[in-house]
Design a protein around this ligand. Structure first.
Ligand SMILES: [Zn+2]
Length: 401
């Protein structure tokens, strides 16, 4: 980065990632003059995005004035985040550091379709915001996690097997409209970002507990099966958001297993929570939902334990190829089935079949954030987008800075 290119947005990034947190350090990192750094920081202070922290110890020989530490002010705005499951949703008001200020969850049927679901979410958001006493103008963005494939650039859900009525629906626009209606605002509403649940869970979990891991893989096993990849600290989505959609890889030996996507023999048709519920019912243990499977596993029901372990092995078969391609440092198994039997099955298969070199430094772990992962990922993605150097500069310009 040369001096002339180091805009206010770039300085903000250096401050946020901790690589330069004083005026002097910013000058050294960018080559900008003292007065130019001062001018750009003034823009950031005027926007309310920065605050001064404690004095830093003086560096180098001879000392000098102690320099004040500059900090991103994570309380100057809030993000609204929501996580949609197939029968359940969560929503929260989150500050810019990822701290949850108010939170709600409850039954919501994704099969009710986008109009009803998005309107209900907007109502939840309005209630939660009121609970925190935050005025609606302080909302800088809205993040939404959905259980289906998303084209990141357009925010559209693409042929989702378990989201009837959502294919190609303009989620961003409709949620913005619904939100503006609930707060009776004429102003342009906060921007909305939408992504797939496994991606957002991977993003949040990597940042929460595996920040040093340069290749992080999360596999979510709930109603369906999906995966998210964080490489070099960034979500890897592929060219149209299709990366990680491993649930519909065909297995060679189960041509009769009908999947929710309409095909036969998919991994999700054999090893997902939905598949396990059906297998348990067939074995004489009536189980009608994924949470039912989870309850049986928690109770140590022998058929549930046996079938979950076998499902883990089937997922492990597919993951042998995935980990060989990605060589991840951490493989996290998340979602409602992510308990011990399932994990044991995955491990067994991986360590039996993958090359030792691929798994030598691989750790297989369970979730750190639990049910909140999707929600926190949805909030984090909004903050990273809005305060990235280019977006930050554009927003500062709009503020008149
Ligand atoms: Zn399928």
């Amino acid at each position: 980065m040369t001096g002339n290119q180091a805009s206010a947005g770039h300085l903000l990034r250096l401050i946020r990632d901790g690589s330069a947190t004083t005026r002097g350090a910013l000058q050294r990192a960018t080559g900008l003059s003292r007065s130019t750094v001062g001018h750009r920081l003034d823009q950031l202070f005027a926007a309310g995005w920065l605050r001064e922290g404690a004095a830093e110890p003086v560096e180098g020989p001879g000392g000098g004035r102690p320099s004040t530490r500059l900090e991103f002010d994570a309380g100057h705005a809030v993000v609204l985040a929501a996580d949609l499951g197939t029968r359940h949703a969560g929503a929260a008001v989150v500050d810019l550091s990822g701290r949850v200020l108010a939170e709600r969850s409850g039954a919501m049927l994704i099969s009710d379709g986008p109009d009803r679901v998005l309107d209900a979410l907007a109502r939840w958001f309005a209630d939660l915001l009121e609970e925190t006493g935050t005025p609606p103008e302080r909302v800088c963005g809205i993040g939404l996690s959905v259980p289906g494939p998303v084209d990141w650039a357009s925010g559209l859900v693409v042929q989702p097997p378990i989201m009837p009525g959502w294919d190609g629906f303009p989620i961003r626009e409709r949620l913005q409209e619904a939100w503006a209606r609930h707060i009776s605002s004429e102003e342009p509403a906060a921007p909305v970002l939408v992504d797939n649940d496994a991606n957002l869970m991977a993003y949040a979990e990597q940042r929460a507990a595996h920040r040093d891991c340069a290749a992080f893989l999360l596999v979510k096993v709930s109603t369906g099966i999906g995966a998210g990849v964080v490489a070099g600290g960034r979500l890897y989505r592929g060219i149209d958001g299709g990366a990680g959609d491993i649930g519909h890889i065909r297995l060679h030996d189960r041509p009769e297993a009908l999947c929710m996507c309409g095909s036969y023999g998919c991994l999700a048709a054999v090893a997902s929570g939905r598949a396990l519920a059906a297998q348990l019912t067939e074995a004489g243990v009536a189980t009608d939902s994924v949470s039912g499977v989870r309850d049986r596993l928690a109770a140590g029901q022998p058929d549930a334990v046996r079938l979950a372990r076998e499902a883990g092995r089937r997922v492990g078969e597919v993951l042998v190829t995935v980990v060989t391609l990605l060589n991840p440092g951490v493989l996290m198994i998340a979602g409602e089935l992510a308990g011990t039997p399932f994990l044991t099955g995955v491990r067994e298969l991986l360590y039996q079949r993958a090359m030792p070199r691929t798994t030598a430094h691989l750790t297989v772990v369970t979730s750190r954030l639990g049910e909140r992962a999707g929600l926190l990922g949805a909030a984090a993605i909004v903050v990273e987008d809005l305060y990235s150097p280019d977006r930050a500069d554009a927003r500062l310009a709009a503020l008149g800075g």
